[in-house]
Design a protein around this ligand. Sequence first.
Ligand SMILES: [Zn+2]
Length: 292
Amino acid sequence: MNRFNNPEPKLALENHLNYLLNEVKQLNFPIKLSAVAKKIGINPNPIYINQPYDASLILHDDKVRIALKIGVDNKRSLTSWERFSYAHELIHCLSYDLSSIPNKRIAPLPNKLEEEHLCNYGAIKLLLPTKVLQRYFQNIVSTGTSYMETIKEIASVSECSVPMVTMELFNVNLIKPTPNTIYILSQRGSGYQRKDIVKPRCLVSIYLDENGNKQPFLASQQGLQHVRLNDDDKKWSLLNFFERHELNQITIQNEIIYNDKTGMKATISGTHTKFTDNSLIWSELNVEKYSN
Ligand SMILES: [Zn+2]
């Protein structure tokens, strides 16, 4: 990844991706990954093989190709997760000289997970280029749409997952978290790479204290049961809300919660709201008292 002549690999990568997207005129959602693949110099059609990974790079007839796990129906379009995996592999392709036959790796061998992190970063910037994201976001929120509805709409048009869009909107500061507010996107699921038990889990959570400093609240994929009511064994409001199928929203007032992982204690008020067309819950909670 040192080919872009820039000391900051993430910035260099993002600049290069923006250059590619401009060249292939992909400045609207959804970003057409096949156009980017062609521009990079690889055959955009994935090869389907039996492998433990969702996606990988393989050498096929001396050429680098993206391989997707067999069982993925190649007639239908890719899911948001497959698009992310495909985009991740496209970023790996930038480490190869694709004009030599056989294609050869030219980047230095990666240091531990460094290249994986860079590929994840690049995949997000390829699927949700900041300028494009900004344009859609501003167009939608200017009509008075709530953050939750805006996230849903962008996820739908960009063909990306709701958690990825949420995280990225926070990362690029399009959604500016209000100090003293905890934001949580949660869903019942089986954790990282779908390997763990199914339970309500945090997907994204952001919390800024009153000085605007980021504080840990719940990690991605962490079970919501780590937050408890302070004074007894009853479930806290969000965990409880997962069982209230008849309700679309609940408002809570002065709930005292305790995080058994971080030792954090807080008094919260706010709302938990269901996304209408799937099982996600969006929480916006004002924090009155906080201690660690
Ligand atoms: Zn990788």
